[in-house]
Ligand binder design. Structure first.
Ligand SMILES: [Zn+2]
Length: 259
């Protein structure tokens, strides 16, 4: 699959006229039907005026080939995060719904309790001071507290998944950090969950998360791994057509054979 061609088919070609004359000449050609400029993504000559112009340094960063494939993978992960967020939100909604019935259960308990008072009296049993009733009251109460915790956790987790998705989709470095850190935080919990009860879904989710962390740290060189940000940007610049042509132009100016 040619990722560059696919990118151009979707977004149109990316042509740019650099101010530097030598570089300009390398990217431009004259045809029988007018001028044509080389696309910075697929490298084909495209008829018509360039889409942008200015110093070579200010040329847009056009993702090509491998970088484009990586962008596609990251966006797949972004979509996967959003699906997770949706599932978590549905779970939170389910717990909140359950909680509202729980509250009515508690109300029912309080409402019905006096009804049994006369009956209880027959057995010389005071419901208002009964230890069991106190215990049940406490249980209902503490239970709703636990539910609040669960809701808070689910909503927070869903929001984190949304943030990770946005970060990954944006293809920005901060987004990759948010995703790597956010995913790592839950790895211990996922391992704990797996030690308690193993399901296919849990294993799949765990494998996806570990793969994402490894991919981000190793491939995107996060946390200074494999030269860190500098090495990553050097690599990306090296992938850029305008950068490759600039190096070639420098070489031919210096009298060396162009690569
Ligand atoms: Zn193109």
């Amino acid at each position: 699959m040619d990722w560059s061609l696919r990118g151009c088919a979707r977004q149109g070609h990316a042509t740019y006229a650099p101010d530097e004359p030598e570089l300009r000449e390398r990217l431009r050609t004259e045809t029988a039907v007018g001028e044509a400029w080389r696309c910075l993504r697929c490298e084909d000559f495209v008829l018509g005026p360039p889409h942008g112009s200015g110093p070579a340094d200010e040329a847009p960063i056009v993702l090509r080939g491998k970088a484009l494939r990586e962008a596609f993978i990251l966006r797949l992960f972004a979509v996967e995060r959003w699906i997770r967020a949706l599932i978590l939100a549905l779970l939170a909604a389910a717990v909140i719904t359950f909680e509202s019935t729980q509250t009515s259960l508690q109300a029912w308990f309080e409402r019905e309790l006096p009804r049994f008072q006369p009956l209880a009296k027959q057995f010389n049993y005071n419901l208002q001071t009964s230890g069991t009733i106190k215990y049940v009251r406490g249980l209902l109460h503490s239970h709703s507290g636990t539910l609040h915790l669960v809701e808070g956790f689910l909503i927070g987790y869903a929001l984190l998944q949304i943030a990770e998705g946005i970060g990954l989709w944006s293809l920005k470095r901060w987004g990759e950090y948010v995703a790597a850190v956010g995913t790592s935080v839950f790895i211990p919990l996922e391992i704990y969950e797996l030690t308690k009860h193993v399901t296919v879904l849990k294993i799949v989710a765990f494998v996806i998360n570990v793969a994402l962390i490894l991919y981000l740290v190793v491939r995107k060189r996060l946390f200074g791994v494999r030269g860190g940000r500098e090495a990553f940007e050097r690599e990306r610049r090296g992938d850029s057509l305008i950068e490759i042509e600039a190096v070639a132009a420098d070489r031919s100016r210096a009298g060396q054979p162009s690569a």
